[in-house]
Design a protein around this ligand. Sequence first.
Ligand code: HEC
Ligand code: HEC
Ligand code: HEC
Ligand code: HEC
Ligand code: HEC
Length: 455
Amino acid sequence: MVRLVFPLLLVLAVPAWAEEFVFYPKILNTTTGLPASPGQFVSAEKCAYCHPLQYEQWKGSMHANALADPLFQAVWRESSRETGGRTDRFCAGCHAPVGALTEQVWIRESGQIVIDPRADEGVTCDFCHSVVSVKLLEKGGNPGNSGLAVEPEGAKQGPYADAHSTFHATAYSDVHTRSEFCGACHNVFHPANNTAIARTYEEWKGSEYARAGIQCQDCHMVPPEVAARVADTMEKAVRTGLTSVFDTERTPFFDHDFTGANAAVTTLLNQWTRANEARLRLQSAARLELVVPDTVAPSRVLEVGVRVENARAGHNLPTSMTELREMWLEVTVRDLGKDGQVVFQSGGLGEGRRLDPKARRFGAQAMDADGRPTWKPWRIARIVRDTSIPPRGAVTERFEISLPPGAKGPFEVVARLLYRSLPQGVADAYLGRPGWKVPLVEMAATRAEVGVAGE
Ligand code: HEC
Ligand code: HEC
Ligand code: HEC
Ligand code: HEC
Ligand code: HEC
């Protein structure tokens, strides 16, 4: 039986807040309801004295870099400018939660980010381990928008019932072993119009993984190859490791690198190991299959089907801010009778490495209030289309290819599933790094040959 008990369970009403981005302190809050002071949070550098392993893993993660992230900062500044600063704390609620809790974070008109140095560690140790409960939002009963209750200077909440430390009090927390904890930040909705901007938690909740009790932690707090095994066997991996420098070896044990699919910004942050782990996760996620006839007459239409299966992601593929992410199929047909001349391609990169607008892309398409396409979270008013693939689901994309006059055959068909964390145009406009190419990850590839048939 899956236990669904949260200490201090709160059900919040989502008010008709209309013009304001009311976020903190309505949703993310301390247990007392009073702003925290920055001095109440201990820096990760201090935790590192006794938890060096956890620290090393966390330090390179997108959690540690949630505020330092140059893409986030550029986009955050723009949202601040456009909304008169109303999104400063809204965005900080997940990207710099200590800053939101201490109310010590805002963006000056000059674009300068002001934050107390004790609050600038992104999603830091002492934030996560001071969470005492998850607040379920009234709409849908799901966690979201950083709905967490935090007890600053309280016991460090963790997965063990019998941990002892002279430095801090400890407490067993069921919350930390469950997806709802992660879902509080990995389920994002627009605070004014309620549109779901990212719904990773909800996608997971409806999946076979959730029914089998496989939590986010079981895939994202273990190495990629272990996560792949968890997905294949539907069984949690039980690992052992050192919890502190005091030789406290424990089972179960969880890693803190939290890699996902970000093989782009991680390289800008010089986190090459993380970038590589993100690649491995992306490469484990999908299965591709080509459906082609054995033969085709060179003057006819070649029908190609490509089946894309979400084999190992515990949520949709792709997930989270898929308005921004790019995952698509590249299909290339070559005429082997004519030196491999390309007779058809879909999903190629054009000038400025821009993705062909006609590419078969997976993910959400969003519009702003005026009906213009947008990926900017604060502008999103509705999602018009979502072609992300549900967990364990599959879609088949069909291509009807008119072979050009003079084609000879046989033909080679190559399908590749590709991923980029952001479009090249967004990188060019926001990152101020001329010439930097957004890394492209080949998630899966397959090929087939089609012979020549008589007319
Ligand atoms: C995003 C939230 C988050 C952050 C940031 C975080 N942790 Fe954790 N930590 C967890 C969760 C969740 C678990 C328990 C996982 C489980 O048991 O399912 C955990 C487990 C632990 C444990 C138990 C041993 C282990 O590794 O499994 C220790 C000790 C720990 N964390 C210390 C730290 C330290 C020190 C930092 C910063 C360097 C840190 N944590 C950062 C969420 C976090
Ligand atoms: C409820 C939590 C939450 C809030 C609020 C939030 N974000 Fe995020 N944001 C996330 C998560 C989680 C990710 C990472 C998702 C992923 O890796 O796919 C993310 C990723 C991003 C990224 C992509 C970063 C990258 O490295 O690829 C940008 C840009 C971003 N957020 C901007 C914003 C802005 C601007 C706001 C405020 C208008 C905001 N976010 C508010 C949770 C949040
Ligand atoms: C002086 C050493 C020391 C420092 C500094 C320290 N810890 Fe610990 N911590 C320990 C020891 C020892 C344990 C017990 C380990 C065990 O029993 O497996 C522990 C246990 C934990 C646990 C597990 C609690 C549970 O009940 O499951 C968490 C979480 C944790 N620490 C987080 C932190 C965080 C966050 C910081 C920084 C704010 C920190 N620790 C700083 C020594 C320390
Ligand atoms: C069965 C294993 C599994 C489980 C369970 C799982 N994930 Fe993932 N996750 C993956 C894989 C594989 C990827 C890489 C492919 C992708 O992007 O979806 C991934 C990617 C991600 C990404 C990066 C998405 C992007 O494109 O930027 C985030 C964020 C994420 N997961 C969060 C979560 C959260 C939160 C949960 C729990 C609600 C969760 N995951 C549960 C396997 C899992
Ligand atoms: C306080 C909010 C918060 C909590 C709690 C939280 N996350 Fe995150 N997480 C974020 C933000 C913000 C980012 C993205 C940072 C960025 O890209 O700038 C992120 C990034 C990630 C990524 C990296 C995605 C990528 O594309 O590489 C993974 C994986 C992830 N989180 C998993 C988890 C899991 C698992 C948990 C629960 C144990 C969790 N998160 C809890 C806010 C949170």
